[in-house]
Design a protein around this ligand. Structure first.
Ligand code: FAD
Length: 402
C-alpha cells in the first residue's frame, strides 16, 4: 500500500552545483521542488533530516499491516480548486468525509455541535424545542458561534452556549494548550460554532478525503523527476554556512542559487533571538485484535481523560483488514527540543511574533533565500494552505526568472 518513504535519488554531485536547494521534504518543500524542476527546468536538491520524505504527512504500514499516520491523523480538505487539482495529479482520493464525536460522560455527541448533538445532550423533546428556537432566530443550516449565542436575551439560547462551552470546548482546550480557562484567548472561543444542521461532517469543504494509496506515495511521485535529487537523513544546517552576514556559503564558496528553507528559523540561526515556543504531542499507538475499535474516525475526550483524542486509522484510510485495527491517543505537551519532541502548534503572541520577524529579517539579508511552510513561517497551515503557499512562491520565482 505504501513504501517506507526513504529516498536517495538522483546523481551525487556537489551541493553548490544545484540551481536550487530545498530544505525539507514535506508538502512545502516537495511542491516547490517539483514546480521549479518541472516548470522552471531547474536542477533541485531536496535535503531532509528525517529518514523519510513526506514531512508530517508521512504514513506507513505498522507491524500489524495497518496504514498509520506517524505524526497524527491527516485529513486532506480544501476549497481551493487549484490546490486540489495540483495534488490530484499525484493521487486519487478515497472519498472519506471526516466525522468527529465528543465523549461527554460516555455519550457520543457529533462535533461541531449540531441538531443531533442537541437531541442527544438535552433529550429528544427539549432538543427539538431548542432546535426550533435556533432556526427561528438564526435560520436553518447556519453556523452560529457560541460567542454570539451568549449575547442573546433568550436564556434557552444562552443555555446552549454554556453547555457547548463547558462540555465540548473548555476542558478539551485547556488540555490542548496546557492553560487555565481564563488564559484562553477569547478569539478562539468566538469561533466555536453550533451548526444548525443534521450534517455531521467535521469539514464541509467541497474536496475532502485521503489519498487512496496513502500520503507517502504522493511525495514519491512529486519528487520523482529527472531534475530532482533527494537526500534523506541530512540536516541542512551544517551544510549552509551563514557565518558571514548576507552570504550563504555552500561547499566553502558563496552560493549563487536559490535556497528554500522549510525548517524552523530560530534553529537555523542558533536561536540568537530566543527560541520560538510550540505545543507538541505524544502519539501513543495501539493495535487491537478487532475489526473496529470506535464508531467514528476520531473521538474527542472533552470532559475526561488526560489524552485529547483517539483516532482509528482504518476509518480514515478505508483499509480492509479484518481482525486488526490501530488507534492513536494524543497527549498535548509543551515542546522541549532537548527531549527529541517535534514542534507542532506555534504558540503565537505579539512577543514571539516579533521574535519570528527578527529571524525573517535575517533571511532577508541573504540573497535568494526563502522561508516557506509551517515551521519557517511559524504559522499553523493546513496541507492545502501549505501547497497554495508553495505554488505561489514557485510562480513568483519563475516569473522573476523569465
Ligand atoms: P512539514 O510537513 O513539517 O515538513 C517540513 C520538513 O522539513 C520536515 O520533514 C522536517 O524534518 C524538515 N526539516 C526541518 N528542518 C530541517 C533541516 N535543518 N534539515 C533538513 N530537513 C529539515 N493539515 C491538514 O490539512 N489536515 C489535517 O488533518 C492535519 N492534521 C494535522 C495534525 C497534526 C497533529 C498536526 C501537527 C498538523 C496537521 N496538519 C493537518 C497540518 C500539516 O501537518 C501541515 O500543513 C504540513 O505538514 C505542512 O507542511 P510543511 O512542508 O510546511 O511542514
Amino acid at each position: 500500500m505504501t513504501t517506507s518513504g526513504e529516498q536517495a535519488t538522483g546523481e551525487s554531485r556537489p551541493l553548490g552545483s544545484y540551481d536550487v536547494i530545498v530544505v525539507g521534504a514535506g508538502f512545502a518543500g516537495a511542491t516547490v521542488a517539483r514546480e521549479l524542476a518541472e516548470r522552471g527546468g531547474k536542477s533541485v536538491i531536496v535535503l531532509e533530516q528525517r529518514h523519510h520524505i513526506g514531512g508530517n504527512a508521512y504514513d506507513r504500514l505498522d507491524d500489524a499491516g495497518v496504514l498509520i499516520h506517524q505524526y497524527g491523523p491527516h485529513i486532506f480538505h480544501t476549497v481551493d480548486q487549484r490546490v486540489f487539482d495540483y495534488v490530484s495529479r499525484f493521487t486519487t482520493w478515497n472519498g472519506y468525509s471526516h466525522e468527529v464525536l465528543a465523549d461527554v460522560y460516555g455519550t457520543y455527541l457529533p462535533v461541531p455541535f449540531n441538531k443531533q448533538s442537541l437531541r442527544l445532550a438535552f433529550g429528544h423533546e427539549r432538543g427539538a424545542y431548542l432546535i426550533a428556537k435556533l432556526i427561528e432566530r438564526f435560520g436553518d443550516e447556519k453556523k452560529v458561534p457560541i460567542s454570539e449565542l451568549r449575547k442573546e436575551a433568550d436564556p434557552d439560547l444562552v443555555e446552549i452556549a454554556d453547555y457547548v462551552w463547558e462540555n465540548v470546548f473548555l476542558h478539551y482546550t485547556t488540555k490542548q494548550w496546557g492553560k487555565s480557562a481564563d488564559e484562553i484567548d477569547v478569539s478562539v472561543t468566538a469561533r466555536v460554532p453550533v451548526f444548525v444542521s443534521e450534517d455531521c461532517r467535521y469539514f464541509t469543504d467541497p474536496h475532502q478525503g485521503l489519498p487512496t494509496e496513502g500520503y507517502t506515495k504522493i511525495f514519491e511521485r512529486m519528487l520523482d523527476h529527472p531534475l530532482i535529487t533527494v537526500r534523506t537523513n541530512v540536516d541542512a544546517r551544517p551544510l549552509l554556512d551563514l557565518s558571514e552576514p548576507g552570504v550563504v556559503r555552500v561547499d566553502g564558496k558563496p552560493y549563487a542559487g536559490t535556497v528554500i528553507y522549510t525548517g524552523p528559523l530560530d534553529e537555523l540561526f542558533g536561536c540568537r533571538h530566543g527560541r520560538l515556543p510550540y505545543r507538541s504531542l505524544d502519539f501513543v499507538f495501539e493495535t487491537h485484535d478487532v475489526d473496529q475499535f470506535q464508531p467514528r474516525g476520531t473521538i474527542n475526550y472533552t470532559v475526561s481523560e488526560d489524552y485529547t483524542r483517539i483516532t482509528e486509522f482504518k476509518h480514515l484510510t478505508r483499509q480492509e483488514l479484518p481482525g486488526k485495527t490501530t488507534i492513536v491517543r494524543e497527549y498535548s505537551r509543551d515542546y522541549d527540543p532537548e527531549s527529541g519532541m517535534d514542534p507542532y502548534y506555534p504558540e503565537v503572541n505579539a512577543e514571539v511574533q516579533a521574535m519570528h520577524a527578527a529571524y525573517v529579517a535575517l533571511t532577508e539579508q541573504l540573497p535568494s533565500f526563502y522561508p516557506l511552510g509551517r515551521l519557517a513561517e511559524y504559522r499553523y497551515y493546513n496541507m492545502d494552505a501549505t501547497v497554495a503557499k508553495a505554488l505561489d512562491l514557485a510562480d513568483a520565482l519563475l516569473e522573476e526568472n523569465k
